[in-house]
Write a protein that binds this ligand. Structure first.
Ligand code: GUN
Length: 282
């Protein structure tokens, strides 16, 4: 039986550490770490993510402001909101929830965020720093995955990793972070051939495609580490991209869904907000 890496438990521990640090820094700087979250429209998934982020911030002793705008907001108006948040010295983290409506150029909005407040790590300069292996604000989900791997002291050096999914938010950055720690990384995607054979040769599988049962037990080598980033709903039940039940006995470590990578994403966001706060206050 593989060991389950509980993002829920690890998050609880780290969020308590963050809360204590926040308490200390509030006294030191006489200021409160403040995350501003911008939400456009009424997409239920985005609404629930934003609510969860707000709740976590408040629980950690930080301030959270949600700026909620209708789907009809113009690009110019949204850019002005970002500009105001950049200029507001009481705001230390800015997050614009994606996706944005089609009439708004997402890149323009991300580019407008002050990189010192870019808690998502989505600004192209932050992305570049990360790719160069320089000091950077790391995107929350890949950062959370690395925290989970480190929490179990899983050796990465010389290991073969396969990432399934090439998104800017998860696939590409996690590949960089694993490579930085000396894993040999392969990125698979929808056009990849012989996925099963490639997975069977891998010591680490990161599944981030958003399709249930993308990874089944016949694709997993004995003792592999399985990181499941998928969030899917099947018959009203939350599940990941991996067939957890049938893989768990083969894997050495596996992350569950729910209670795995998901909670770690918000935990990393709290860490990033705290990091931005400290740097801005210094
Ligand atoms: N939409 C889905 N995931 C994310 C995220 O991590 N950050 C933002 N801003 N939007 C998202």
């Amino acid at each position: 039986m593989g060991e389950i890496i509980s993002g829920k438990e690890l998050s609880k521990q780290i969020r308590e550490e963050v809360r204590l640090q926040v308490e200390e820094l509030k006294c030191k700087y006489k200021a409160v770490p403040h995350l501003a979250v911008v939400l456009v429209g009424e997409d239920p998934a985005s609404q629930s993510y934003v609510k969860a982020k707000e709740r976590a911030c408040i629980k950690a002793g930080m301030k959270s402001t949600a700026i909620i705008k209708p789907l009809t907001i113009t690009e110019e108006a949204l850019l002005n909101i970002v500009k105001d948040l950049n200029d507001d010295t009481t705001v230390h983290g800015i997050l614009v929830q994606l996706p944005l409506p089609k009439h708004i150029d997402e890149n323009k909005v991300i580019d407008a965020i002050d990189i010192t407040k870019d808690v998502d790590g989505f600004h192209p300069l932050n992305v570049a720093y990360m790719h160069l292996g320089r000091d950077a604000i790391l995107p929350a989900t890949p950062k959370g995955i690395m925290t989970m791997i480190h929490s179990k002291n899983i050796e990465l050096k010389g290991k073969d990793a396969i990432i399934i999914g090439r998104s800017n938010i998860v696939g590409k950055p996690i590949a960089m972070l694993l490579m930085k720690e000396h894993a040999t990384v392969q990125i698979a995607h929808s056009r990849t051939v012989n996925l099963k054979e490639k997975c069977l040769r891998s010591d680490i599988i990161v599944a981030a495609v958003g399709r249930p049962n993308t990874v089944t037990s016949d694709m997993v080598k004995d003792g592999a580490v399985i990181i499941d980033v998928g969030v899917n709903r099947v018959d009203g039940k939350l599940c990941g991209d991996c067939d957890f039940e049938n893989i768990k006995d083969k894997a050495s470590y596996i992350t569950p869904v729910p209670g795995g990578v998901g909670p770690m994403t918000i935990t990393s966001l709290l860490q990033n907000t705290l990091e931005c706060f400290e740097r801005l206050m210094k």
